[in-house]
Write a protein that binds this ligand. Structure first.
Ligand code: NAP
Length: 492
């Protein structure tokens, strides 16, 4: 060891070699980083297939969680979720355990990788909210024919991901942040993301704010992908458009990502464990290597990151010693030969410059959670979800009778979000799951004690429950005089 190396402070990073081709791409990546002089000390840990086989139901042993908690950084190869051993995804376990709320997916045209979009200058980052939305997995069968999944989005969850997108735009010298949403349909959940974008934007005057409806975003990503800079979006939208965008520049096989939280960060390839080529020495380590480049930047090792990135760009551009997935048929080499080629190219500069990055700081923002603090809050009604095979007319009649001595008025019944009582003349296909809206005759102000109005609700629900099975109840509130709930389609 030479004197300078002995004094370079090293950052400890947990390395998870994972499953399938994971150990091969991890070994290749670490070999390249070590050759480039990356100031990292690796601490190996287990997760995925072997852990499941040993009976660790989450796929992530305690020692691994402890290692990441200590180091706050992980480089992760793909992990399998074997069918038959518990069924939880080790990837999801890691994201949720460390609250890695920001999934960052850079999408950049790579030299030498020919796609129908080559030459367009695609260079964007997709920032996907990683822990909320329908991916919380809160699902219930409501009746034997109706399944329900709750789409939970929170103000702090939206705020921190929007802030992460702006912080990233600033760190990478990017010009615009576009919030991609479906606020035109889901006004409260997706609308929260859009509104938060509008609220946070003025704090970042050097970045141009924008918003786009997610379906148009998918369309524009194919028509004019070079127009995007940073896109920030909710979990499911992000899941879909980030794969779409990866497809524009060469596919999932070369796409890296990071998962960032306030206290830990995990870097990984987007692809899976490719069991068909596992153990054959054929895997392409580009995606994990690119994730490792993101890791280097995350720890502030910008020079080493640029050195490795440039060596990778030169290797891809020259097209010598590429793995089989990138080389012309019959000309592919193995993982080791590709790795040797990248190492041989360390120190060379490609025609595609590396961006000028600054350190991305995801602060625990002091102002987080201070939204939606209305001056007045009222309880104005309830929706009771009932299972019945009755016609909407008959159900309506019976509920009118049941509620006549209560504090409520039945104002309507909906089936799958469409008003069916009073009848609208529409051709709604009915299932056995009705949402019955009862409004308080006199709204109840909620003055700090949010249980106000519950005795009245209990009285009504008890009466309904004596006749019909109900699945759940939703309270209808008004914040500052504005409805904090949606109206069903066709409500008069
Ligand atoms: P996959 O592992 O990404 O593999 C799909 C195909 O892509 C492979 O068969 C291989 O195609 C090619 N490929 C992927 N990565 C490659 C690489 N680095 N080098 C060369 N070729 C590569 O997707 P999958 O088959 O759907 O998933 C397999 C397992 O991975 C599953 O257990 C899944 O749960 C897991 N998975 C994990 C993660 C993660 O840990 N983040 C992500 C996705 C999937 P060829 O046929 O051309 O060889």
């Amino acid at each position: 060891m030479n004197a300078s190396a002995a004094h370079t402070p090293k950052t400890k990073v947990t390395a998870l070699p994972g499953d399938g081709i994971g150990p091969e791409v991890m070994a290749a990546t670490i070999r390249i980083l070590d050759a480039a002089g990356a100031p990292i000390e690796w601490e190996y840990a287990e997760a995925g297939g072997k852990a499941f086989e040993r009976g660790v139901v989450t796929g992530v042993p305690r020692e691994t969680l402890d290692s990441i908690a200590r180091n706050k950084l992980a480089l992760k190869s793909p992990l399998e979720t074997p069918i038959g051993y518990g069924g939880k995804s080790a990837n999801v376990t890691l994201r949720k355990y460390f609250e890695l709320y920001a999934n960052i997916r850079p999408v950049r045209e790579l030299p030498g990788i020919q796609t129908p979009f080559s030459g367009r200058g695609i260079d964007m980052v997709i920032v996907r909210e990683n822990v909320e939305d329908v991916y919380a997995g809160i699902e219930h069968m409501q009746t034997t024919t109706v399944a329900q999944c709750l789409k939970l989005m929170t103000a702090p969850g939206c705020e921190r991901i929007i802030r992460a997108a702006y912080a990233l735009a600033e760190a990478e010298g990017r010009k615009g942040v576009t919030v991609a949403h479906k606020a035109n349909i889901m006004k409260l959940t997706e609308g929260m993301m859009k509104r938060m974008g509008e609220k946070v934007a003025p704090e970042f005057p050097s970045v141009k704010p924008g918003n786009i409806i997610i379906d148009n975003c998918a369309h524009q990503l194919v028509i004019k992908p070079e127009a995007f800079d940073v896109i920030v979006t909710s979990n499911m939208n992000g899941d879909i458009i980030s794969d779409l965008a990866a497809g524009l520049v060469g596919g999932l096989g070369i796409a890296p990502s990071s998962n960032l939280g306030d206290n830990a960060a995990m870097f990984e390839a987007v692809h899976g464990s490719a069991p068909d080529i596992a153990g054959k020495g054929l895997a392409n380590p580009t995606a994990l290597l690119s994730a490792a480049i993101m890791l280097l930047r995350h720890i502030g090792a910008f020079d080493v990151a640029a050195k490795v990135e440039q060596a990778l760009f030169v290797t891809l551009a020259e097209g010598r010693n590429l793995t089989g997935d990138l080389a012309p048929r019959g000309h592919g080499v193995g993982t080791d030969a590709f790795t040797d080629q990248v190492i041989a190219n360390l120190g060379r500069i490609s025609h595609m410059p590396s961006r000028d990055y600054k350190k991305l700081e995801l602060k625990t923002w002091p102002k987080l959670t201070a939204h939606l603090e209305p001056n007045t809050r009222e309880l104005v009604g309830i929706d009771v979800f009932i299972e019945t095979g009755l016609s909407s007319e008959e159900l309506g009649k019976q509920l009118e009778e049941l509620s006549q001595y209560s504090m409520f008025t039945l104002t309507g019944i909906a089936n799958r979000g469409v008003t069916v009582y009073p009848a609208t003349g529409g051709e709604t296909f009915l299932v056995d799951h009705f949402s019955c809206r009862f409004m308080f005759k006199t709204p109840i102000p909620l003055t700090g004690n949010t249980s106000e109005g519950q005795p009245e609700i209990s009285y009504l629900v008890q009466r309904i429950g004596a006749k019909f099975p109900w699945m759940h109840i939703e309270k209808l509130q008004r914040f500052d005089g504005k409805d904090a709930f949606e109206r069903p389609q066709g409500e008069g």
